[in-house]
Design a protein around this ligand. Structure first.
Ligand code: FES
Ligand SMILES: [Fe+2]
Length: 374
């Protein structure tokens, strides 16, 4: 692979941060904004109290109304800028801790207990559009009207019983693109991972085909290994014998990767999820800041779907593999880089970088087209 013309010098951007994490002036990181990011797992949103989470350098307050509808507000009172998360719920409203201005879930001020109780016209909190789908709450933080169609279809996650799907969350001290790079280049599995997802050196020699289509990037590997990959071997007829495998990995803007993996010992089977023992996974990342990322993983399998104990064991094993095996490397890379501008460091690129570099370039183009920083 050519290593020329991959260097895209960063525009240096100064940032002064409000202590709450909300940027004052230009943000240091150029995020794609008019798109859907995961804000939380559905199970994380409280019906009483609130959840405060930093997303794209901004404090966001998340909760559920009494009727279950999810709500997202800027976690900052417009009066003296106290995080609203320090206050209290008042039914579906929130009351600021400092001087008790009250806001409804659209961000409108509904009560001012002071003086003549007039509500200043500027007493508004920004609210964010949400969609709740496939076990996730997705947030739109851009200035353009939220476009539900920009969230890709991951409905396969809903296809089966609750004992056939696991979700987990990881906090990574690394820029989100390092996490995307890691999943788009699965050759690292040969070197980094232990027995449960070992690919036994079969991916590294390959130059996997990469396709860019409708704003997404797909990379696919097919291989044979003995014994089969640990997470699928017990569900094959001969768990210690050779099996054919595939993995198909598709990135969607801004930071969601859908990964399907399967294995079969049937010589006539095609390498698709419906003809193999396999699983349909989602990796989705949302930057908290340039150097910290919320990372969620969901996995829906097509075997042993009624086994609740295995379900629990499996998601814990996958979580441990990501946290104990990928995590230390990704976070060490971030520390060594000392920046989120990967190309500014003139990285050496090899064949396994084709898909991640394609994603980085496409995302950079989308951010450029958004024009926010033009
Ligand atoms: S800071 Fe919120 S009411 Fe004063
Ligand atoms: Fe990994």
């Amino acid at each position: 692979m050519s290593t020329s013309n991959v260097h895209t010098p960063a525009k240096p951007v100064q940032m002064v941060r409000h202590p709450s994490g909300n940027p004052v002036g230009k943000p240091a990181t150029r995020y794609l904004l008019n798109c859907w990011y995961a804000a939380a797992l559905s199970t994380e949103l409280p019906t009483e109290g609130t959840l405060s989470r930093q997303l794209l350098d901004t404090g966001v307050l998340l909760y559920r109304k009494a009727d279950g509808t999810p709500v997202a507000l800027h976690d900052r009172c417009p009066h003296r800028f106290v995080p609203l998360s320090m206050g209290q719920r008042h039914g579906d409203d929130v009351v600021c801790k400092y001087h008790a201005l009250r806001f409804d879930c659209s961000g409108a001020c509904t009560h001012n207990p002071h003086g003549n109780q007039m509500i200043p016209a500027a007493a508004k909190v920004r609210s964010y559009a949400l969609q709740e789908k496939w076990g996730f709450v997705w947030i739109w933080m851009g200035d353009e009207p939220a476009d539900p169609a920009k969230l890709p279809d991951f409905s396969a996650l809903d296809d089966g019983p609750p004992t056939g799907i696991g979700h987990t969350y990881m906090h990574m001290k690394a820029n989100f693109e390092l996490i995307i790079d890691n999943v788009m280049d699965l050759s690292h599995v040969d070197h980094v991972h232990g027995e449960i997802i070992s690919t036994r050196g079969q991916l590294t020699p390959q130059i996997p085909p990469v396709k860019e289509e409708n704003g997404s990037v797909n990379v696919r590997w097919e291989w044979q290994q003995t014994p089969p990959i640990g997470i699928l071997a017990p569900f094959l007829p001969q768990p210690s014998q050779s099996a054919r495998h595939f993995v198909s990995v598709t990135w969607h803007a801004p930071a969601t990767i859908q990964l399907t993996i399967g294995a079969t010992q049937d010589a006539d089977a095609s390498l698709t999820l419906d003809q193999t023992q396999g699983q349909y996974d989602l990796h989705t990342c949302t930057p908290a800041s340039a150097t910290e990322t919320h990372y969620w993983f969901a996995t829906r399998r097509n075997h042993a779907v009624a086994d609740a104990d295995f379900n629990q064991f499996k998601i814990q094993a996958m979580h441990s593999a990501f946290v104990d095996e990928d995590g230390p490397i990704i976070e060490a890379v971030q520390r060594e880089m000392g920046t989120s501008d990967f190309f500014a460091l003139n990285p050496v690129l090899i064949t396994s970088d084709v898909a991640p570099v394609r994603v980085r370039r496409l995302l950079a183009r989308m951010i450029e087209q958004e024009g926010r920083f033009a």
